[in-house]
Design a protein around this ligand. Structure first.
Ligand code: IPM
Ligand code: MG
Length: 376
């Protein structure tokens, strides 16, 4: 078979798989609901790079913060090892089968960063987990109270540029193509999540951020469906923005505090949430939720920072990101009082420490100690 025919064949397979995925979304089971009494199993995945450092501190905080629930068995912790870059490469599996089985036996996950190999064909562990657990909503809050900024990003997390990111084609030395995918059902569910959040939290504006002037089919559909969903939420304004000008808006102090809720396709959401986190004080300060109807995974917004490990300064990583993710996890499982207690301790600890990510500043352990002190 010629490379050209192979590419056509490959494309046909992709098309069939995506059509089947779209059907699965439409027929998905209803969402799991939590109450304060629901027993919950929390999987703890340290990941690699600085992951184990920030997970160790987070675990120490959990033991203090959730002491009673851990003793009563209403919250159960399940450490899940084996999701390291070395093991993933050795097994040639983005998420080793035993890890996936352990993950699926949990309700929610708290996960440290995992290294994503550049190039090659090995898929990112995050992308695999998001797909396997159908974690379609990537939710990222950013707050700068002094400026009145209270943003929340609803990033679509299972399609767009990511879903086939490891399955592009290169039929000749000369030509490489990747694919971007948008489905009606996949857009509808993330749009619904964003508008439901807005409604429940008294927000009056949702910014739908695309590049629909260029990505006419995929982003065009995303914007159109988002506006359709908006019809069900009178009183909440749905505004279209292009991603380029939105990237500029976020660094424009004259207007940025007026934005409330952002709804975006996958890749734009990836990029702009790092920008937003940096404005808040750095990616080390930002947590992130990956939520689906059955599972949810909470993690730091940033990567595994292999450079910090190489330079021998991993001990100076900031665990705040993972602890913020823990607060989001606690809200998700209907433990808002514990979440609030943690957030207060985090605000106090970060105000009195100086986390610089290098010697001279405070260490991860200093941060863990400070949070535990604040909880007392
Ligand atoms: C994120 C990260 C991931 C992404 C990587 C690690 C695959 O950057 O969660 O934003 O690109 O989504
Ligand atoms: Mg990112």
């Amino acid at each position: 078979m010629s490379a050209y025919e192979e590419a056509l064949n490959h494309f046909k397979q992709l098309l069939d798989a995506q059509l089947a995925r779209a059907e699965r979304i439409k027929n998905a089971a209803p969402a799991k609901r939590y109450s304060a009494e629901t027993p919950v199993t929390v999987g703890l995945i340290p990941g690699d790079g600085i992951g184990p450092v920030i997970m160790d501190e987070t675990k120490r905080v959990i033991d203090v913060l959730l002491k009673d629930e851990l003793a009563a068995g209403t919250i159960m912790l399940k450490p899940i090892d084996g999701l390291t870059i070395e093991r993933r490469l050795a097994l040639n599996q983005p998420v080793p089968a035993d890890v996936l089985t352990a993950v699926k036996a949990c309700d929610v996950l708290l996960k440290g960063p995992t290294t994503t190999p550049k190039g090659g064909t090995m898929e990112s562990a995050n992308v695999t987990l998001r797909r396997e657990l159908d974690l379609y909503a990537n939710i990222r809050p950013v707050q700068i109270p002094a400026e009145g900024i209270d943003w929340i990003f609803y990033r679509e997390n299972t399609e767009g540029e990511y879903v086939l990111g490891s399955q592009g084609i290169q039929p000749t030395e000369d030509l490489a193509m990747d694919f971007k995918v948008t489905t009606d059902a996949g857009t509808r569910r993330i749009a619904r999540a964003a508008f439901e959040y807005a409604k429940a939290n008294g927000k009056t504006n949702v910014a739908i951020v695309t590049k629909a002037n260029i990505m006419k089919k995929t982003d065009g559909m995303f914007s159109r469906i988002a506006h359709e969903v908006a019809q069900d939420y009178p009183g909440i304004e749905a505004e279209d923005w292009y991603i380029d000008i939105m990237a500029a808006n976020l660094v424009n102090p004259a207007i940025r505090s007026k934005f409330q809720v952002f709804l975006l396709p996958n890749l734009y959401g990836d990029i702009i949430t790092d920008e937003a986190a940096q404005l808040q004080g750095g990616v080390g300060t930002a947590g992130s939720a990956n939520a689906g109807d059955q599972y949810a995974m909470f993690e730091a917004i940033h990567g595994s920072a292999p450079r910090m490990v190489e330079q021998g300064i991993a001990a100076w990583a900031n665990p705040e990101s993972l602890l913020r993710a823990l607060a989001m996890l606690l809200r998700h499982i209907a433990r808002p009082a514990s979440a609030e207690r943690l957030e207060k301790a985090l605000n106090a600890a970060s105000a009195r420490l100086r986390m610089t990510g290098e010697p001279g500043g405070n260490t991860a352990k200093d941060f863990g100690d400070a949070v535990i002190e604040e909880l007392a």
